[in-house]
Design a protein around this ligand. Structure first.
Ligand code: SF4
Length: 349
């Protein structure tokens, strides 16, 4: 069961409460490259991204952020470090949410940011990272970093509440999977929407693994209102990774894609075939299951709960519907035929 959290609005998107888990990514180039930033946002949106975060490190970036803001309807989060004035400027430039680490600002500076966010009805994500854990909190927690991060965050939350600011999103990220999971379990009881992910998780493969473990464990606990699969890669891969996790856990409609690992029975180029089929369905939000199998031996069994399956068979492909064989197609036209069959499928096929 989902952890019940307060609902917060980010432009036209609501997160928390009963809303579905939203997918977030972050542009990975300077926002002063306005066209490049818009291009990344567009591709991420097509892939299923709900929220994009953009680093705003200086005044020049604020101006560029404003230009981007005017050219997309994607909810945009301005990511601010250290300089409270940038947070205020970003809000005035149209940021739909800002992400700050309150530990990087004096209280009077933080008050100015809170007042500005309040005036503009812009939520604030309090982001605390494992790398910025407070030494006093760490000593008090006897070296338990999850406890220390939880204490830091709770202190910030109390401060915002004293200022009667409640449009908060919380995040405590770490590069360590266990620490991420433990800390987020501790902060979940605060009742604010939680943004989850394993930060600086690495290149595509190891990054996906670490995030799947951390985010997956929390989502199974019902924790997490927005997710980011942090990767050293094209941001669009973060979106596909996040979407696959949500679909796999039944938290989002989408295509469940099955392909076998292939073995000595396989007589086709399975990897190429599977990739072509996957590329055709990866942006679809149809709630369907597709299987691409290397041979006919296990086709009926392994395709049995798929809506549509194809299995290689001596230069040809056998097509299956709900586990029943219904068609044999020549190998050179099989993928195109299969795509047409997929396009005919509906959610309630
Ligand atoms: S479906 Fe066929 S090719 Fe694929 S792993 Fe199973 S037996 Fe091997």
């Amino acid at each position: 069961m989902r952890n019940k959290t307060r609902q917060v609005r980010i432009r036209n998107l609501y997160i928390g409460g009963d809303q579905p888990v939203a997918i977030q990514s972050m542009t990975n180039l300077s926002v002063t490259d306005v066209d490049g930033t818009l291009e990344q946002i567009k591709r991420c949106k097509v892939a299923g991204c709900d929220i994009m975060r953009i680093a705003v490190p200086n005044s020049e970036s604020v101006k560029a952020f404003e230009k981007v803001r005017l050219q997309t309807d994607m909810p945009l989060v301005a990511d601010i470090h250290f300089d409270w004035r940038l947070a205020v400027q970003a809000i005035e430039a149209g940021a739909d949410k800002i992400r700050i680490n309150p530990g990087n600002m004096s209280l009077s500076q933080l008050d100015s940011v809170i007042a500005c966010a309040n005036d503009h009805h812009v939520p604030i994500r309090i982001g605390v990272n494992g790398g910025s854990v407070n030494k006093e909190d760490l000593n008090r927690a006897k070296g338990n970093r999850a406890e220390a991060l939880n204490s830091s965050l709770r202190r910030y939350v109390r401060y915002f509440e004293e200022k009667k600011f409640y449009d908060l999103v919380l995040s405590v990220k770490s590069t360590d999977v266990r620490e991420t999971v433990q800390t987020n379990r501790l902060i979940a009881s605060l009742g604010y929407p939680v943004h989850i992910g394993v930060t600086e998780a690495g290149l595509l493969c190891q990054g996906l693994v670490k995030n799947a473990m951390g985010i997956g464990a929390l989502l199974l606990d019902g924790i997490g209102d927005t997710i980011r699969v942090s990767l050293t890669s094209d941001p669009v891969n973060e979106v596909y990774g996040a979407k696959d996790m949500l679909v796999a856990l039944g938290l989002k409609k989408g295509v469940t894609f099955v392909s076998c690992p292939k073995c000595g029975r396989c007589s086709i180029d399975l990897e190429k075939t599977a990739q072509e089929v996957y590329d055709h369905v990866k942006n679809s939000d149809k709630n369907i299951k597709i299987a691409v199998m290397g041979c006919e031996v296990n086709g009926p069994g392994e395709c049995s709960d798929a809506d549509l399956g194809m299995a290689g068979a001596n230069g040809k492909f056998v097509f299956f519907k709900h586990g029943s064989r219904y068609k044999m197609v020549d190998g050179d036209v099989a993928v195109e035929e299969f795509k047409k069959e997929i396009d005919l499928l509906t959610d309630d096929n």
